[in-house]
Design a binder for this molecule. Structure first.
Ligand SMILES: Nc1ncnc2c1ncn2[C@@H]1O[C@H](COP(=O)(O)OP(=O)(O)OP(=O)(O)O)[C@@H](O)[C@H]1O
Ligand SMILES: [Mg+2]
Length: 351
């Protein structure tokens, strides 16, 4: 059975306009179409949602999609990463504070909950929320009101919370690191995002979508994908999911010549266990296992210059991971920006 890709565009989820395809959402695989129909069904209600998915599977994008398909679409959508704040900062960020509540509170400030009033608050990496903050969040969800630090009175808020996690929250509950009552409050509806290799029919439509997105951004004529490049994309196991696919195509658009993207423009690690080898139902190997497997396959092949290859691959992956941002890539790798630039020049990734 043939499934036609489903492309939804922002800001109006119902308008299909090619001119703003750069921000479109692609759903083509039957698994993704199922997810889309679930999103459509749950979006109009005010139910809290828990999005569960590995890194790069599109958790934030799905949260935005829910918001845009809801009656709150014209109201704010705010995304907060729960892992990014210290406990004290988190409380003042989320709930706000009154003037003089603490040293440095020179004026009153509304928190994210008040700022998102009427709309949706996306709490990413909810598993990182410290326990004392979990109690406070639960209270807001139960009462529908927040108390700014230093305030005497609560303020009513009408906010839909969508939380996301890439860790097993049930396990965190069992181990006492996540409150069970909060877990059930957040998980009124849960959306499970499959990893990319479990929705293979998304791969090529997504690839074409990213090619047009970056061709438009780089102001170049949109290249096609050579058949061998398509095959390479379909065979690769995509441990970094859609984010990795996007980075691979972004990079390919920077380095290819001519009118077609060839398989070697993709720079996919060649010795990864392929789709077929892994088998769709086999459990995903851990990062360390696949890394060791990859190293062993290099040793077996008597690959020349293994050390350099690993360095190049590591630099390249970090650079793509950080969306070609040199400062962040250097920080991620723990090297100076100058050293990073020297390597990127050698690999002809920058001029
Ligand atoms: N269905 C889709 N259609 C088009 N682009 C997508 C789709 N899903 C994800 N993307 C793109 O892939 C990238 C990763 O998606 P997103 O940031 O939502 O993933 P995530 O699960 O939140 O990742 P992380 O765990 O790393 O935070 C984004 O640039 C997003 O726009
Ligand atoms: Mg995310």
């Amino acid at each position: 059975m043939e499934y036609s890709p489903h492309i939804i565009t922002f800001p109006d989820p119902r308008a299909v306009s090619l001119s703003i395809r750069a921000s479109a959402v692609v759903f083509a695989d039957p698994k993704s179409l199922q997810l889309l129909s679930l999103i459509d069904r749950v979006a109009p209600s005010n139910a809290n949602i828990l999005i569960i998915g590995e890194t790069g599977t599109g958790k934030e994008l799905v949260a935005r999609q829910v918001h845009l398909s809801s009656l709150r679409a014209a109201q704010p959508f705010l995304a907060i990463n729960c892992g990014a704040f210290s406990e004290t900062l988190f409380e003042s960020e989320l709930f706000g504070f009154e003037k003089g509540a603490f040293t440095g509170a020179l004026s009153a400030k509304a928190g994210w909950f008040e700022a998102a009033n009427g709309g949706t608050l996306f709490l990413d990496e909810i598993g990182d929320l410290p326990l004392p903050m979990q109690v406070k969040l639960l209270r807001v969800l139960q009462e529908g009101e927040v108390v700014r630090i230093g305030a005497r009175r609560p303020a009513k808020v009408d906010v839909r919370v969508i939380a996301a996690t890439n860790v097993d929250l049930e396990k965190a509950v069992a181990e006492g690191r996540f409150r069970e009552d909060l877990y059930y409050r957040l998980k009124v509806v849960s959306l499970d995002l499959p990893i990319l290799r479990e929705r293979p029919k998304d791969i090529l439509p997504l690839a074409r979508h990213f090619i047009s997105k970056y061709a438009e951004r780089l102001d170049i004529v949109e290249p096609t994908l050579a058949p061998q490049a398509e095959k390479a994309l379909l065979d690769y196991p995509w441990p970094g999911n859609i984010r990795e696919l996007e980075n691979v195509l972004h990079r390919a658009l920077l380095v290819f010549h001519g009118h077609q993207i060839e398989a070697n423009d993709l720079h996919l690690p060649t010795n990864q266990p392929s789709f077929a080898q892994i088998g769709q139902s086999a459990p995903a190997p851990t990062g360390e296992e696949s890394f060791t497997h990859y190293l062993k396959s290099l040793f077996e092949e008597g690959h020349e210059g293994i050390f350099e290859h690993i360095i190049d691959h590591t630099l390249n992956t970090a650079y793509q991971w950080e969306h070609l941002n040199q400062v962040r890539s250097a920080r991620l790798l723990g090297i100076s920006r100058n050293v990073l630039r020297t390597h990127l020049k050698r690999m002809e990734l920058i001029d």
